[in-house]
Structures are given as C-alpha cells and as structure tokens.
Design a protein around this ligand. Structure first.
Ligand SMILES: *[C@@H]1O[C@H](CO)[C@@H](O)[C@H](O)[C@H]1NC(C)=O
Ligand SMILES: *[C@@H]1O[C@H](CO)[C@@H](O)[C@H](O)[C@H]1NC(C)=O
Ligand SMILES: *[C@@H]1O[C@H](CO)[C@@H](O)[C@H](O)[C@H]1NC(C)=O
Ligand SMILES: *[C@@H]1O[C@H](CO)[C@@H](O)[C@H](O)[C@H]1NC(C)=O
Ligand SMILES: *[C@@H]1O[C@H](CO)[C@@H](O)[C@H](O)[C@H]1NC(C)=O
Ligand SMILES: *[C@@H]1O[C@H](CO)[C@@H](O)[C@H](O)[C@H]1NC(C)=O
Length: 455
C-alpha cells in the first residue's frame, strides 16, 4: 500500500535493493493514515531498539536529548488522536511517566546536567496533549495529565526572572549549566504555549494572564519583532540588549500556536487575531516558492545538527494545531502542510516499521538525501503527513468536556471520565547518571555562527 507497485512487488524490489518513495495521496484519508501508520511504526521500532541497548523507558538512547523524546511522544499522542490508531497508547503513557522526575514535573535527576526550561516544557506540552486528546492516565497517585502539565507551568512561573531584562525565562534551569545566562525564545515560547493551552483547557485565568505576559515580554525585548519574526535568544548579562537573530521553524510555530489558542479562547479578540496573522505571515520566511517548509538557517548548506534536524516536524505540528484554533489561517497553513507532506513522503522509502526518511522536503538542497533516517527526520515526516488530518479531527477536549465542536461536528469524549488502567512498570531511578549527551551550548555556539549567515 505504501509503495507504487504494491506490497508484493515491493518485497521483491527490496531484495534487489531498489526502495521506493512512500506513495501519499493527500486527498485520501486512507492513504494519509496508512502512510502515517508505517512511519509511526518505524518510530516505535527505533524506540524498541534503543530500549534493547539501554533500557530506560521514555528515552531514545544517547543520540537524542531528553527534549526530543518528549516532543516525539507528544507527536505520537496526536497520531492516535488523528488516526484513531490507539495501539501505542499504553506504551506512550508508561514511557512518559517513567520520566516524571522531581515534583512530578518532568525533572528527572538523570537529566540534571543538561535540563533546560525548554527541555522540561516539551514534556509538559506532551502531558497537555495527553489531556487534550484523552490519553488514559494509568497511574492513580499523581493526578491527571493536565495536573502534570500544570506542575511544569507552576514551577516555571516561579522561575520567571525579573532580575534582568524585565522578565523572561532563562534557557537553563541550573546555574552550573552552559546557557544559564541566555534567555531564549524556546523556553519562553513553550511556557507561553503551555499557559495558553492550560487556559483553554481549564478556563483558569491565571494561565491566560501569564500567556499575555510572556508574549508581551518577548515583544518588548525584541525576541518577537514588529513583523512577528521570532529570534533565538539574548544574553541576560547584557540585559538582553543584543538579540541573536537566527530564526528556527520551531520557535516561530510555537508562538503561532500559542497566539492561535489565545485567539480561540478569547473568541476572536482582535489583539490575538493580529498576532496570529502576523506570525502566519512571518512564517513565509521558512517556505520555498512551493510553500514547502525548510529549516532555512542550516538546511541548504547541510549544517543542521541533530537537535535542529528535529525542529520541522514539531513546527508543522504546531502550525497545524494553530490552524484548528484559528480557522481563518487554515487555507494558508493547509497549503503549506500539503506541499510539505508531499515533499516529506517523497523523501521517505521503505515499508511498515522500516521507513527511512531524509531531512529535506523541497527536493533542492544538500539536506535531501535519505541518508538521514534518524529519529528527527522520521518524526518530521510523520508530523507533516498526519498534519493533513487535523481538519477532519475530533475537537480537542477541555476540563468540562468539549469546549468547541469541530467543523465536522464530532465532539470529543470527556478526557477525564474513565481513568481505568493497570499502572505502569515504573523502575527505580538512579540519580546522577547523566552526562552521556552532547552539551547544550553547542546550540548557542552554532546559532551564533549561523546568525551571520541567516537573512
Ligand atoms: C534592563 O532591561 C529592562 C527591560 O528592557 C529595563 O526595564 C531595565 O531598565 C534595564 N535595566 C538596566 C539596568 O538597563
Ligand atoms: C468549566 O466549568 C467551571 C464550573 O462550571 C467554570 O467556572 C469554567 O469557566 C469552565 N471552564 C471552561 C473552560 O469552560
Ligand atoms: C488556577 O491556576 C493556578 C496556577 O496553576 C492555581 O494556583 C490556581 O489554584 C488555579 N485556580 C483555580 C480556581 O483552579
Ligand atoms: C475555536 O476552535 C474551534 C475548533 O477548531 C473552531 O470551531 C472555532 O471556530 C474556533 N473559534 C474561533 C473564534 O475561531
Ligand atoms: C508580512 O511580513 C512581511 C515581512 O516581514 C512584512 O513586510 C509585512 O508587513 C507583513 N504583513 C502583514 C500583514 O503583517
Ligand atoms: C536513570 O538512569 C538509570 C541508570 O541508567 C536508569 O536505570 C533509570 O531508569 C534512569 N531514570 C530515568 C528517569 O531516566
């Protein structure tokens, strides 16, 4: 089904070593779902293989930072919501809960050496996704998924730092880590998005007030420009007077989704409408003439590192969610998604559980070889393909059941109604075993270098 010649001839072609691109028909729900299924299965295979080498539930091995795993689990949770394929849900829930860490806020001690606010909030956003899509919470003693997301929010709100720059979140949590003096858009943007989604889910105005405050700060300090371009970060030892202007798809999309959720929550408030319009307009910087998304800062020259190679998928997922929350952007965003999903599928080959995907989607650039096949590239392709399903998806849930109805009118089930489950296979944490991952300041250094080359 995934290859142009059908499965039987595919098997034969594989023997001959002549693999085929995935065959995606963006107008067919069945085609989209079956392509998504075979890519999702590949991510699970990658996970299971990593677990054989180093059995730490929730993580994908030493090649990938903690944050990326959180983002991938969030994307797989959306996968179940969008496709109805729930076969991985128990695995997802127990894998994620193994990483619940201190304060039930996704601060596992093993990650202390590299844990930034943004790393932590990718897991907070995963918990938020679980709440919105009704993933069953298998554990009885830690509250529901929204409580876990709120724990992350609460602890980060305490870290909001007005000692310099008039506010903002530092990139790093611990002062001994590189990047502690950097206030970045990813940390503040994820916090903004988490606050907006918690506000939408719970109706609690504490969260919407924080969402407003977080966006206002990034605008005041210049991390979000007048034209809604989102820049990477700024040094708080200089009171945030110098902005590192490199632009990443992920930062831009995170703010776009946050603004769209606030737009939806306020029932179309003009201030938020302007912000959403501005962010969507500014996202043109990442699109080629066919509207295909690309990581412009490093993709063409083949210099994107592992972290950066994972951005596009998480970004396209946020753009797709933004289009749901702010339907007036849907034409423009779906156009980008269609072009990107087609490009992504064309640059994948293989079959169920063994799909390899390249990084580039545009068909022009060094990043386009299928040599990649890593977690980031695979998740990018999954997110691009499944993003096509949002317009037909069930509405996301809120604490009071379904807040809104989707265009097709199918309401979501109550997210917190049936808490059945059998508990997880939680292991015992052994603290202090981190340090196998690359140091995070690579990103700052590289960003500084690339800033000169970008725009
Ligand atoms: C630091 O920046 C903030 C925000 O722009 C500003 O309010 C504050 O006055 C600045 N502090 C100093 C010492 O320049
Ligand atoms: C949920 O219900 C409570 C109690 O009726 C109400 O105060 C709150 O505003 C509702 N939240 C949303 C998001 O509708
Ligand atoms: C609203 O959220 C804040 C922050 O998590 C929390 O402290 C407060 O108790 C919540 N209010 C209600 C009415 O649930
Ligand atoms: C809020 O989101 C829902 C679900 O996508 C949508 O039906 C509704 O029109 C949105 N509200 C606004 C003001 O656009
Ligand atoms: C769209 O973005 C471009 C480039 O940043 C800017 O010049 C233009 O004013 C923006 N238009 C709107 C409507 O925001
Ligand atoms: C921490 O590391 C130990 C040793 O590798 C492992 O057994 C444990 O599962 C890890 N815990 C978490 C939460 O990652």
């Amino acid at each position: 089904m995934f290859a142009r010649l059908g499965l039987q001839s595919l098997a034969i072609t594989f023997v001959l070593g002549n693999a085929l691109a995935l065959n995606l028909d963006t107008n067919s729900q069945d085609s989209i779902k079956s392509v998504a299924k075979s890519i999702a299965e590949t991510i699970i295979t990658t996970y299971n293989t990593a677990q054989e080498d180093d059995p730490i539930p929730g993580l994908f091995g030493d090649s990938y930072y903690f944050w990326e795993a959180g983002a991938v689990w969030g994307g797989l949770t959306d996968y179940a919501h969008l496709t109805g394929d729930n076969q991985y849900n128990d695995l997802i829930a127990s894998a994620v809960l193994h990483q619940i860490g201190d304060y039930n806020a996704f601060m596992p001690q093993n990650q202390t050496k590299t844990l930034g606010n943004d790393d932590q909030s990718f897991w907070g956003l995963m918990a938020m996704t679980a709440a919105e899509t009704g993933l069953v919470m298998p554990q009885k003693d830690i509250g529901d998924w929204a409580d876990l997301a709120a724990n992350v929010f609460d602890i980060q709100a305490l870290r909001w730092d007005e000692t310099t720059c008039g506010g903002g979140l530092k990139w790093q949590i611990y002062s001994f880590n590189n990047g502690y003096n950097y206030k970045n858009s990813m940390s503040t943007g994820n916090f903004f998005l988490l606050a907006a989604r918690l506000a939408h889910f719970t109706g609690n105005t504490t969260y919407s007030e924080w969402a407003e405050k977080a966006l206002k700060w990034t605008q005041d300090i210049g991390l979000v420009s007048e034209n809604f371009h989102v820049f990477d970060g700024t040094d708080d030892r200089k009171n945030c007077s110098d902005i590192n202007k490199i632009q990443w798809t992920l930062n831009a999309a995170t703010f776009t989704e946050g603004a769209a959720v606030m737009y939806n929550l306020t029932n179309g408030d003009n201030k938020w409408k302007d912000a959403v319009t501005g962010f969507v307009n500014a996202s043109a910087v990442f699109q080629d003439k066919s509207s295909i998304l690309s990581e412009v800062a490093c993709e063409k020259n083949g210099k994107c590192i592992v972290d950066q190679r994972a951005f596009k998928g998480i970004a396209i997922r946020s753009f797709a969610r933004a289009a749901q929350a702010a339907p007036f952007t849907s034409d423009s965003i779906q156009n980008m998604i269609k072009a990107s999903a087609t490009g992504a599928a064309t640059n994948c080959e293989g079959e169920d559980g063994k799909v390899k995907c390249g990084f580039g989607w545009t068909g022009a650039g060094e990043g386009d070889d299928i040599e990649g096949g890593e977690l980031g590239e695979t998740n990018n392709a999954l997110q691009a393909v499944q993003a096509l399903l949002w317009p037909q998806a069930k509405a996301l849930a809120s604490m009071n059941g379904t807040l809104t109805t989707s265009p097709t009118g199918s309401p979501a089930a109550s997210p917190t109604g049936s808490q059945t489950g059998t508990g997880t296979s939680q292991g015992t944490d052994a603290p202090g075993a981190a340090g196998t991952l690359v140091t995070p300041h690579t990103l700052v250094l590289l960003a500084a270098v690339l800033a000169m080359m970008c725009l």
